[in-house]
Write a protein that binds this ligand. Structure first.
Ligand code: PLP
Length: 483
């Protein structure tokens, strides 16, 4: 496929404006005038439309087909959220709109949405208060770990370590390390959860926090979680909940009730707003009562007259973490999502996500190695170990799935599973779609036995095949023409 620059034809235009009959108000000084051609592509409108439509068809997305990218919760993004978010009352707002004389700001409605969403998330997770500012899950983790540090600083605690299981997402150790903590990695036991004995050995007065994902990235729930929280608290360590997998337990149990003190949510995962190539994220954090004062400023607060305003007055706050209010569009879509589904609907999300995942697992485990043979939650991890004996790697299987129109699962993560393939169907997929995926996965397993080359050389049906991904990253070329 040609680049849009290669399709350019000199002086072709999408629109032609009549020459201006208004004299320029200001002649630009000579030294500010452009001397060379601007170098933009020159095309007719129809060629532009065709170019970008063709590009969009070369992509995989939730709107094209099943997208089982484990841990990322690529569920369907309801269009209702998009329609309402496009409403001019929301989309034309500017964060520094002036205050009205009566003290109310012109952004009252938006502030109310942020405030109410925070209240709903508090109810859903069992936390006292939320800050909607962090712009992604990883950003929420960083904010949370800064709060951990602020808490211990205030108490005069000298703590230097954070405990994280080896199945954790890489952002967990990264955000702790940025806050200056040493990471203690705990291995996974035979049941697929953090080894309790090893945890007990490492837990001491130096541990500032324990960061857990529950269910974890293997899609397994840790039934010792209450015990772990009690142990951590007895050492005055805070419990941090990585909420990326909240989809599995929505309305079923609340991290706040299990003993977690701080958490982040990934609104773009659990609450159905577009992400990946489709839109920005939001990683609000929730805390228990005693940690409220450390939350970032500004906070959206409701005054006694029922008006909403931004409160900057919190001396113990860790300070600014993002400009203004966070990613408002994502917060708004979350609010719409929660109101649309209601309590019963949110409970169904968790039930169907877990049901769909176990349905897939039960069909695939006869064809692929299953390292932890347990009932899973909303996702599960199989291994391409068996296929590796035929010279086929998880990457090859992932590439072959593209030929069938499916986005591939997450591969080579979590790290302790050899040839890992992490599959998350989400609740929004129908049985028919899941059956098509099972069929493709079984077909690939058969191909590996009978004709492994077809899998090793996949994809066969796409406009580009295997790319040198390392070269693409190391020798990034973003300009055309490339000199
Ligand atoms: C996605 C994810 C994160 C990071 O969240 P982002 O929103 O991508 O920054 C952290 N932990 C887990 C388990 C995740 O799946």
């Amino acid at each position: 496929m040609k680049l849009i620059f290669e399709k350019s034809v000199k002086e072709r235009r999408a629109t032609k404006f009549p020459a201006s009959d208004i004299p320029p108000a200001l002649e630009l000084p000579d030294n500010l005038k452009r001397r060379e051609e601007i170098g933009l592509p020159e095309l007719a409108e129809i060629d532009i439309i065709r170019h970008f439509t063709a590009l969009s068809r070369n992509n995989f997305g939730v709107d094209t087909d099943f997208y089982p990218l484990g841990s990322c919760t690529m569920k369907y993004n309801p269009k209702l959220g998009e329609i309402i978010a496009k409403n001019k009352g929301f989309s034309d707002l500017h964060p520094i709109l002036p205050q009205l004389p009566d003290g109310n700001s012109l952004t009252q409605g938006a502030l109310e949405v942020i405030h109410r969403t925070g209240r709903l998330l508090s109810e859903i997770t069992g936390m006292s208060e939320f800050s909607m500012q962090p712009l992604a899950g990883a950003h929420g983790e960083l904010t949370g770990m800064m709060i951990v540090a602020a808490y211990h600083r205030e108490k005069g605690n000298k703590k230097t370590r954070v405990i994280i299981p080896d199945s954790a997402h890489g952002t967990n150790p990264a955000s702790s390390a940025i806050c200056g903590y040493e990471i203690i990695s705990i291995p996974t036991d035979r049941k697929g959860v953090m080894d309790l004995k090893e945890f007990g050995k490492e837990l001491n007065e130096e541990v500032a926090a324990v960061m857990l994902t529950c269910p974890n990235t293997l899609g397994l729930f840790n039934s010792d979680i209450g015990k772990i929280a009690a142990m951590a608290h007895s050492a005055d360590s805070l419990m941090y909940y990585d909420g990326a997998n909240l989809n599995a337990i929505l309305g079923k149990c609340r991290p706040g009730d299990i003993g977690f003190d701080i958490l982040h949510l990934n609104l773009h995962k659990t609450f159905g707003s577009p992400h990946g190539g489709g839109g920005p994220g939001a990683g609000p954090i929730g805390v228990k009562e005693g940690l409220k004062k450390f939350l970032p400023i500004s906070r959206v607060v409701k005054n006694s007259k029922g008006a909403y305003f931004l409160d900057y007055n919190e001396p113990a706050s860790i300070g600014y973490i993002a400009p203004f209010y966070g990613n408002f569009g994502v917060i708004l879509k979350t609010y719409i999502y929660i109101l649309t589904l209601g309590k019963e609907g949110l409970i169904k999300v968790a039930e169907n996500a877990v049901l769909n995942s176990n349905y897939l697992l039960s069909h695939l485990k006869n064809y692929y190695h299953l390292p932890y043979n347990r009932t899973c939650m909303h996702e599960f991890v199989i291994s391409g170990k068996r296929q590796k004996k035929k010279g086929v790697r998880a990457l090859d299987i992932a590439k072959r799935l593209l030929d069938f129109g499916f986005h591939s699962p997450t591969i080579y993560f979590p790290l302790m599973v050899e040839e890992a393939m992490m599959i998350e169907p989400t609740e929004t997929e129908s049985k028919e779609t899941l059956d098509r995926f099972v069929e493709a996965m079984i077909k690939i397993a058969r191909e590996v036995e009978e004709n492994p080359e077809i899998v090793k050389n996949a994809p066969h049906n796409l406009s580009v095949s295997r790319l040198d991904e390392v070269k693409a990253a190391r020798e990034l070329k973003l300009r055309f023409p490339v000199s």
